[in-house]
Write a protein that binds this ligand. Structure first.
Ligand SMILES: Cc1cc2nc3c(=O)[nH]c(=O)nc-3n(C[C@H](O)[C@H](O)[C@H](O)COP(=O)(O)OP(=O)(O)OC[C@H]3O[C@@H](n4cnc5c(N)ncnc54)[C@H](O)[C@@H]3O)c2cc1C
Ligand code: SF4
Length: 537
């Protein structure tokens, strides 16, 4: 192998984890190779077309996986520079402090993390700064203490959402502004990069104003001459030396042939499902169950949240453009009538008739899809799913990914839906009073749709970190217990999934692991300080 193909560090995948890590390490001067299976999302008008994006699934991978019964499934996931952050809704939450400890749920135990909230707090602050999170501290009753304010004020509610927020507050709830990573400057609209449009959540941003891992991290990292990015480079296997303790080569399919690269340190960050698949496919004599899988935990404990979209139809129209500004966490840890955690309520981007056709909700009586879309408030509900070893990623026929998943903790989600229905009944509009929602609710106009298995947006948990090599794959620094130079920094390290969106935690953890790697690679304190000042500049 040519020494030109040897690097100090290889990062595989450029999403929330890998992209952020590349940004964090780039100023170190170390030779870094980034391998990404996708290319750049093409910038084209289709980026903002709901037919193309939501109905045709144009940007989704065309790869097919299998479910436990061997049926094909077409995952709603995206392989591009920036990973799924190109398409995410950019709701950037910290886990709650309690999420790091053990939590008793109706269906069982949500296990503790091997690090505490305080360990991650400084990195959450860095992550919020890097991803330009807009929010207001102190509104969300479950929010953990933070060492700094959000770098930007919250994205304001549009009138319909403000009215709902007021209604919720009047009924005793504590609605808050969702922290979001969009480059919106409401004080200087003419200069604002973000134009506050209705095609954000689930769409790539045509004007590069979403805080995603490509725009903020990878594009910045590759400005450093020590960083090389190879796109359309699919990592097929990791091979170890004879001892099995070191990854010695990374086998990449590129331009139709196989190439081999090596590095002192190899970081996998392909997303929770693909990272597990890569380790499983890299089985060898020393690692017969898959690379770093002495524990038999690789691929297990797959979690993806129990999510649903609930449309509440009102007599009043909802002309909101950017809907994802309001959240309710009053039921996150339970309520006076049910002591178990239920989860988190917020919004998806405003649904339109084109998208509704694809989702095929039951049509509300006397409403066309057009009318439903004009009158709906489109809620996004998230409940924690618990780590079950039988919910797992395996490799099936033809080397395809097999995703086996039996939902759990559903009672929590159903109760969360009921809480939302009750809260909506109490809204009191100026024109229709309680009837604006209540009457409609009576005729069953809430259309609840559970997100199906193919919806793997919040995938996590398949390569969990922990202290015990018997029950976890990674140590607290996200280094494989069984391999000395292998790390994982995507969503797979989660031992439990919490009920808030995962990306900010993946980003913060990548920065934490990044600091560990700088130390491991012997980047001196002075150089580290330079990294720090480069960040601030
Ligand atoms: C529509 C949508 C909306 C979402 N909204 C939110 C939100 O509002 N808030 C939030 O917190 N989260 C949200 N998410 C989830 C969020 O995007 C993910 O949690 C996050 O991107 C995961 O980061 P990751 O680094 O684990 O993986 P990814 O971002 O998926 O990155 C993995 C990368 O690895 C690459 N890759 C995979 N396999 C290989 C291989 N073998 N070789 C080379 N490269 C490979 C992929 O192409 C990809 O670039 C959303 C996701 C979607 C799809
Ligand atoms: S709302 Fe802003 S960040 Fe989101 S897609 Fe539109 S312009 Fe881009």
């Amino acid at each position: 192998m040519s020494s030109l193909n040897h690097y100090d560090l290889i990062i595989i995948g450029t999403g929330a984890g890998g992209g952020t890590l590349a940004y964090h390490l780039a100023p170190s001067g170390k030779r870094i190779l980034i391998l990404e299976r996708g290319g750049y999302v093409p910038r084209e008008k289709d980026n903002w077309d709901s037919q193309v994006v939501n109905v045709d699934g144009h940007y989704n991978t065309k790869e097919s996986w299998l479910d436990s019964e061997g049926k094909e499934l077409h995952p709603h996931t995206n392989y591009y520079v920036g990973g799924n952050t190109k398409f995410y809704g950019a709701a950037l939450f910290r886990l709650r402090k309690e999420d790091f400890g053990e939590l008793r749920h109706f269906d069982g135990i949500s296990p503790p993390w091997p690090i505490s909230y305080d360990d991650l707090e400084p990195y959450y602050t860095q992550a919020e700064n890097l991803y330009q999170v807009h929010g207001n501290r102190g509104e969300d009753p479950t929010e953990p203490a933070a060492s700094a304010p959000y770098p930007w004020p919250a994205v304001s509610h549009e009138p319909r959402i403000q009215q709902l927020s007021d209604d919720f507050a009047q009924s005793g709830l504590k609605p808050f502004h969702v922290p979001v990573g969009v480059m919106l400057d409401e004080k200087n609209p003419q200069k604002s990069r973000c134009i506050r449009c209705n095609t954000c959540d689930g769409f790539p941003c045509l004007v590069y104003a979403k805080a995603d891992a490509q725009v903020l991290c990878v594009d910045e990292a590759v400005k450093h001459s020590n960083v090389t990015l190879l796109t359309n480079s699919l990592v097929r296997r990791l091979e170890t030396d004879a001892s099995g303790r070191e990854v010695k080569s990374v086998v990449v399919e590129r331009n139709g042939s196989l190439e081999t690269y090596s590095a002192d340190v190899v970081v996998v960050s392909c997303g929770a499902i693909n990272s597990a698949a890569l380790l499983l496919r890299s089985a060898n004599e020393k690692h017969p169950r898959g690379l770093a899988n002495g524990s038999d935990v690789v691929g297990r404990h797959y979690m993806g949240h129990t999510n649903s979209v609930m449309m509440a139809i009102s007599k009043c129209p909802n002309p909101t453009i950017f809907q994802k500004t309001l959240g309710v966490n009053d039921f996150y840890f339970g309520s006076s009538d049910w002591k178990y955690p239920m989860g988190h309520i917020s919004f998806v981007g405003k649904l339109d008739a084109v998208t509704l056709k694809a989702g095929a909700p039951a049509i509300a009586p006397n409403f066309t899809l057009e009318l439903m879309a004009k009158h709906s408030l489109d809620f996004w509900l998230t409940s924690e799913d618990l780590p079950d070893p039988n919910n797992r990623v395996t490799i099936g026929r033809d080397g395809k990914i097999v995703l086996t998943y039996t939902p759990n903790n559903l009672e929590a989600h159903e109760r969360l839906q009921t809480k939302l229905k009750q809260a909506m009944k109490q809204t009191n509009c100026k024109i229709h009073g309680h009837e604006c929602h209540q009457g409609l609710f009576g005729r069953n106009l809430y259309v609840g749709q559970r997100i199906p298995l193919a919806g793997v947006a919040h995938q996590n948990g398949t390569i969990r970190f922990g202290h015990d090599p018997k029950t976890s794959v990674l140590d607290v620094n996200c280094k494989a217990h069984d391999v000395d130079n292998l790390y994982v920094v995507d969503g797979s390290f989660f031992p439990s999934s919490s009920a808030v969106n995962p990306a900010l935690t993946i980003i913060a953890n990548a920065m934490r692991v990044g600091d560990h790697l700088l130390e491991r690679m012997g980047v001196s304190d002075t150089e580290m300080a330079m990294v720090g000042s480069a960040r601030k500049a």
